[in-house]
Design a protein around this ligand. Structure first.
Ligand code: ADP
Ligand code: MG
Length: 693
């Protein structure tokens, strides 16, 4: 086994204690340490002068400390001022949050590296809360570092100092550099002009010319993207090769009847998507398709076509939704749309136990129902389908990988469709769902009007309430969303309970108002939602628990309190609860200052566009892929070096190359792919099954 795979604790100078600390940086092996890259570099001999620092820009500077002063004014936060000089001018470094141990590191005369955004204080340049490092040769220990002008700056964790990190990496190189192996065949490395792996690593850590190493860094980003795509390519190839799906024929009985009875014309996007899956379903490959479309874009109707196609071939169709209320909503709307086709038998399978349920399960098993709609109840062991030909999973990201797998494997290889109302930016879709075919409904039905979005300061709430009153007078309904349920001592936010009180007693005393939040029992929540849907309440005050897919066409106003606190995708999802009928809808974003620059940018984007894909792109840009789906999303690969936003072009290139290679050589048996075979099957293949749902 390659020594780079050895546990990091066996590296000289690490041991049990430090290895625990390093694990927080995702460093578990010696190889991981070698791939712990600098986030910046310090040039100790930098000749940058203070007068050359650019205002409002991120600058690095090396100088000497001339004074250290802690200022404590009565009733004010204490302040630390450290003044540094280049021999001619002065620069103020200022902190407002610091401990005493922090002050102790700054001593007059010491050389210091400083990095941060330059501002100005009474005519003198200043950096607030800069990053710093005292450049003390005595602390460097190794002669190697003492002779260097340029030093790497590493991401650190508590109790591992910069010098310790530098020394560990230097040691790891000294002992293990010869173990660094190539992982790309020459034909790929040459194509991109990549330096060999060892040289690249060496340069990244020990360069004296930090601005001359982009190609070295790109190499590592490429590796991550490429091997992930190789995995996806193999998984997709696996699906397609199997050809074990049901080969349906378009009988045009139930499907045509549905088409002719629709109260509206399908949009072009809907027609295109229907063509895409009809092609899959009439071939012998098992369909694996992600259907993306903004809330209200009409995914349900498209899904019903697929259901009927399976049913007119004598199979059953299944729709799984994440909650009972959504399952019920689907059941009602599907029953309505198919009311002129009594031959199609539709059933809703609920949770819990009852005699009726036992009977229904028997019917499902005997093939006495054609469409089965339900929640997780569908994947319980005792539910057996007669012959599932098509399975749709609504809000698919709310289910775990295993749950999805149950439906696809336990049955007769049904065609699968995953529905998503969260528009997923292309670069993210390619890395997370890169082995699925993707259909996108990128067009809303024509009768929709843009949701008019505006933002107001909270002290202008009365203006908003007047506008709300006009809507209430003509019989429309209103959502109000707050970030918290209860008043909190820790955070000064308007909460749902307080707002509910205020609206019920002062603002709209004559209206029927309901309160909904996540601490309520599911049954109570569902019943309130149901009543709101039936028009029994005028206003629903809620936390963010209102279901994404809920369809209340009569609700035309969405008010979001503390809009500055919500992420873009979340705001877009909330806004999507209105605008589902043909009346004009309104979204009021109420802000409670202070509001950050980024917060303001988010609000402006919401006002500028209703386009879910544009908003998702922006959201991904601002928050990064980890936070985009929320933490519970499984299957997002964690990249150390690649950034799918910054590197989207590289991702495309890596994807094309990976898919071409697998197309030609799906088991990586060819001599030219020998290195790939070795690396892939030892490191990546074990993750394949995660993607195979
Ligand atoms: P999604 O599931 O994508 O959020 P739905 O399928 O629930 O959207 O559709 C939202 C509403 O739009 C439903 O009331 C549906 O009947 C209606 N609808 C769907 N397609 C069209 C269309 N082409 N023209 C007009 N209305 C449509
Ligand atoms: Mg839906």
């Amino acid at each position: 086994m390659n020594a780079l795979n050895n546990d990091i604790k066996y590296l000289k100078g690490v041991g049990e204690f430090r290895s625990k600390l390093l694990s927080k940086l995702n460093i578990f092996t010696i190889g991981d340490l070698l791939e712990h890259f600098p986030r910046d570099y310090i040039n100790r001999r930098s000749a940058v002068k203070i007068r050359d620092l650019k205002f409002a820009e991120n600058c690095s500077f090396v100088g000497n400390i001339v004074s250290v002063e802690k200022i404590q004014r009565p009733h004010k936060k204490s302040q630390l001022n450290v003044v540094v000089t280049d021999g001619e001018d002065y620069l103020f470094l200022t902190w407002f949050r610091f401990g005493n141990w922090f002050i102790d590191q700054f001593k007059n005369g010491k050389q210091i590296w400083v990095s941060g955004i330059v501002s100005e204080f009474r005519g003198t340049p200043q950096i607030l809360h800069p990053q710093t490092e005292i450049l003390d040769e005595e602390d460097m220990k190794l002669d190697f570092w003492k002779t260097r002008s340029v030093l790497p700056v590493y991401p650190l964790t508590e109790k591992i100092s910069m010098n310790v990190m530098r020394n560990l990496i230097y040691k790891a190189f000294e002992l293990y550099a010869d173990e660094i192996e190539e992982n790309l065949p020459p034909y790929i490395a040459e194509k991109f002009n990549f330096p060999d792996r060892k040289t690249a690593l060496q340069k990244i850590h020990f360069t004296q010319h930090p601005y001359s190493i982009p190609q070295e860094k790109i190499r590592f980003a490429f590796e991550e993207l490429f091997f992930t795509q190789l995995m996806l390519a193999r998984s997709k190839y696996g699906h397609e090769k199997k050809q074990n799906g049901n080969k349906f024929t378009l009988e045009k009985t139930f499907t045509t009847k549905l088409k002719n009875s629709l109260p509206f014309e399908l949009t072009n996007a809907q027609k295109r998507v229907i063509r895409e899956f009809v092609e899959d379903m009439t071939s012998s490959k098992q369909m694996n398709r992600l259907l993306q479309g903004d809330v209200g874009s009409g995914k349900t109707i498209v899904t019903i076509f697929a259901m009927l196609l399976a049913i007119e071939n004598g199979f059953q169709s299944i729709l799984m939704a994440p909650t009972e209320i959504l399952a019920e909503q689907h059941f009602n709307s599907i029953s309505k749309l198919l009311s002129n086709q009594p031959k199609i038998r539709i059933a809703l399978l609920k949770g819990g136990v009852s005699k009726a349920k036992t009977e229904l399960k028997q019917k499902i098993k005997n093939g006495e129902v054609d469409i089965i709609i339900g929640t997780h109840a569908l994947i319980q062991k005792d539910v057996e389908f007669n012959n599932a030909g098509f399975v749709a999973i609504d809000e698919q990201h709310r289910f775990g990988v295993e749950q999805r797998a149950v439906l696809s494997h336990r049955n007769s290889n049904p065609d699968l469709m995953y529905l998503s109302a969260t528009p997923i930016p292309r670069s993210l879709a390619l890395t997370v769902y890169g082995d699925l075919d993707v259909s996108i409904i990128d067009e809303l039905p024509p009768n929709r009007k843009e949701i008019k979005t505006t933002y107001y300061n909270f002290n202008k709430s009365s203006v908003v309430y007047e506008k709300v009153e006009t809507q209430l007078k003509i019989g429309r309904q209103v959502y109000v969303v707050c970030p918290l349920i209860k008043e909190s001592e820790k955070i000064d936010l308007l909460d749902a309970e307080t707002l509910f009180e205020r609206l019920s007693t002062h603002v709209f005393p004559n209206r029927k108002i309901a309160l909904l939040h996540g601490k309520m029992k599911t049954k109570d929540k569902d019943s309130i939602m149901e009543k709101f849907k039936n028009g029994e309440f005028d206003i629903l005050v809620s936390t963010t628990v209102i279901e994404v897919g809920i369809d209340v066409p009569n609700a035309t106003v969405m008010i979001v309190e503390h809009a500055e606190r919500f992420g873009l995708s979340q705001l877009h999802q909330l806004r999507g609860r209105v605008g589902r009928g043909s009346d004009r809808s309104y979204c009021y974003l109420i802000v409670h200052p202070p509001i950050s620059e980024e917060g303001r940018e988010r609000l402006n984007i919401m006002i500028e566009t209703n386009d879910g894909f544009k908003i998702a792109e922006k959201d991904l840009e601002i928050r990064g892929p980890g936070d985009f789906f929320g933490t519970q999303q499984s299957g997002i690969p964690i990249f150390k070096h690649a950034n799918i936003i910054r590197d989207r072009e590289l991702l495309k290139t890596a994807r094309i190359l990976a898919f071409d290679i697998i197309d030609e050589d799906h088991e990586l048996d060819l001599t030219k792919n020998e290195i790939l075979n070795k690396v892939y099957f030892s490191k990546y293949a074990k993750r394949e099954k995660l993607f195979d749902f």
